[in-house]
Structures are given as C-alpha cells and as structure tokens.
Design a protein around this ligand. Structure first.
Ligand code: FE2
Length: 382
C-alpha cells in the first residue's frame, strides 16, 4: 500500500498511503528533518537555519523502509534522513483546497441565541483540579469563544484564581484588575437603565487584550444581565447578506483611540473584520465608544463603508444573535476578546452590582489547552 516515487525533476516526491498520494518538495523535506543534527532532542527546536540547506537541494533517492519509515537521500548533501509517515501525513500540504475570504478554523463553531439553552460552563473546584474538566472547559472557549465559571470564591481578586487555571494576567493602565461597580440610585435616573452596546474591549490597544475575565462579587440590583454575541457569527452573517460589505470592513483599517485619562494616548489602526492572508477570519473589533475618525477608507468607498459598519452593528444588536445570562456572586465568564463581544443590560430598581474584570492572553490559554490535548495520560486517568 505504501509507495514512493520521485518526480523526474527530483524537486519533489509523491508518497502514497491509504489516504492517497501526497507530494512533498525536496526543500520542505530537508528543512523539516527530525534527526538529531537538525532538531534538538531536548526541546525539539530547530538547530539549523535555511542557509545551512543548499538552495539546489534535490531528492537523489527515496524508499519506504521495512520498518515503515520514509527514507530520503538528498543531493548535493548526500545525507539520508528518515521520516515518520504519520508525521508526514499530519503535516501534508498537498491538495489543500483554495479557500474563499472569510473561512473559519475547524476548531471554531459559530453560534447564536440558541446556545442560551446550553451555555458552556465549568465548576470552579472541578476546574482547579485540572485534568479533563479543565481541558473540556478550555475546549469550549476555543470552540465558542466564551465560557462561564460557577462556584468560584466570592472575594475581591478571586478572578486571578480563574486566570491561574490557564495563563497569566495582562496588566494595563487600568491596573491588574478593574472594578465595575454600580450603585443603583433611583434619585438619579442617569444611573438607571444604562446598557452598553455589545463590544470587544480595548480595540485601541495593539495587540488587543485577547482574553477578558469578568467576575461577579455582588448582584442585588435587578437587571444588569451580561450578554455575549459571537462576532464571527455576525461577520459571517454580514458576508452571507452582502459580501461586498464584508469585504469593505475587512479590506480597510478602522481607527480606535482612547485618551480619556492623563498621560494615556492609546491608538490603533486595524480592520473591524480581520482576515489572514489566505482569508481565514481571525478577529473582530467592534466598539462604538472608542472608534476614532475613520481616515483609511477611500473617499469613493466611505459611504458604503458606513453602510456596512451600520449593518454589522444591526446584526450585533439583533436579539437572535445574543446569549444572555445573569452572573450571580461567585460566577464569572471568560471571553475570547478577539471574537466574542460582550455587553451589559440596563439596571433597574435598587441594589448594587459589583464585578471585577481583568485581561489575560489567549496564547497562554491555547498553550494550556493544546498541551492537555497532547497529554494521552489524561483520558486514561479519568
Ligand atoms: Fe467591556
């Protein structure tokens, strides 16, 4: 079943397995050698630079060995290198389909209000023990971009214990944490019924804080529910409705700014819908309060850009897109701030509401999750 053929050019080979044929270039194979002169046996890091590989590297010989490896001999180097075939299959780049603009990672699942019946959530004590409960909760944040925590301690600063589950706090000019404390005073109507449009936090930072944690300490006021909207779902809906508007918001930078306190002047120039060069949807930035004057959209496109911006906001405001939940003391939620927008509904009546928030970084969260996914002992131990 396993076979290998070398192209006449000697620039690439074709490895055929039960999954079909896959082509690999000589230069790619040589650069990705896993032998001990190319990769550190201690930490897996590459020991060579591309300069150490001859630019005219070609394949002199290739065979599937009796023990099931692929052995390749390179010219002019003359070195033979052995490859694990499952590794080659896992890293094959041949026959990748050309994706359109706005595709999503297979690890991502977009959602709307229907998710309200099954809000991803984890019990703090179970999460603190780590293992499968933590892995599955982190997996939900990777998949949906947010998850709740229940039964966390009700004490100031306890949100750091939630961050400790997966990563590190990102300190900003707002401090290591910030208090969101509202005392509802019926004599001052300005402080009642104040809701906030769904937004991503701090788009004026570069990079933005990629994770936000909000933890509830007091909640005796009526209302004030928290709400989340999947920014990826909103962007994909805009794309389905009016592809040109999706393209406009992805093709031109918006500007965001915050200079609301002394000695602070934060500004960024980034699109509201951010795509990777191959079209993958990788981030959404949306925040009416910190959007600065838009100056990077050509004159002839500005009117349409505003129509697209308006429509994206209407989609975000559509209750069919939102998941609403009330945080009780000791409950928190974690959001991927590059994707999921959050908001607060208005308050009414008497009482207090006190939340503490902080930022963290998604790379730490992903690292914790991916390391757990590679830990084969985890499944067996549960
Ligand atoms: Fe916010």
């Amino acid at each position: 079943m396993l076979s290998v053929t070398i192209d006449q050019s000697q620039d690439f080979l074709t490895l055929t397995t039960s999954n079909g044929p896959r082509r690999f270039h000589a230069i790619w194979l040589r650069d990705n050698a896993q032998d001990e002169t190319t990769r550190s046996t201690a930490n897996g890091q590459r020991l060579i630079t591309l300069r150490d590989v001859a630019p005219d590297t070609q394949i002199a010989a290739a065979e599937v060995t009796p023990d099931g490896h692929l052995s390749v001999t390179f010219t002019p180097e003359g070195q033979s290198i052995s490859y694990e075939i499952p590794w080659l299959e896992a890293n094959a780049y041949d026959q990748r389909t050309q994706e359109t603009r706005g595709w999503l990672s297979h690890q991502t699942e977009i959602w709307d209000a229907l998710l309200a019946s099954d809000v991803p959530s984890g019990d703090f004590d179970a999460l603190r023990k780590g293992r499968a409960a933590l892995r599955d909760w982190l997996g939900n944040i990777v998949r949906y971009g947010f998850a709740k925590v229940v039964n966390a301690p009700v004490k100031p600063g306890a949100l750091f214990e939630i961050v400790d589950l997966f990563g590190y706090v990102r300190e900003t000019n707002y401090g290591r944490l910030f208090d969101v404390r509202t005392e509802v005073n019926p004599t001052n109507l300005a402080y009642t019924g104040l809701g906030l449009q769904a937004h991503t936090d701090n788009p004026y930072r570069d990079p933005v804080p990629t994770v936000q944690v909000l933890h509830c300490l007091e909640s005796s006021a009526a209302g004030g529910e928290n709400m989340v909207v999947d920014g990826f779902a909103a962007a994909m809906r805009l794309k389905a409705e009016t592809p040109d508007w999706f393209d406009l918001l992805a093709a031109h930078c918006a500007r965001f700014e915050y200079a609301g306190e002394a000695a602070v002047c934060l500004s960024s120039r980034r699109p509201m819908i951010e795509l990777a060069p191959d079209g993958e949807l990788i981030a959404v930035r949306f925040n009416n309060r910190s959007c600065a004057a838009l100056t990077d959209v050509p004159f002839e496109k500005m009117q349409s850009y505003y129509a697209a911006y308006r429509r994206l906001g209407e989609i975000i405001d559509d209750t069919a897109m939102e998941v609403t939940f009330r945080l009780e003391p000791g409950e928190a939620f974690v959001v991927d701030n590059t994707r999921v927008l959050h908001a607060r509904k208005g308050y009414s009546g008497e009482g207090t509401r006190w939340l503490q928030g902080c930022y963290a970084d998604k790379d730490g969260l992903r690292s914790t999750y991916d390391a757990m996914m590679r830990d084969t002992s985890l499944e067996a131990a549960e």
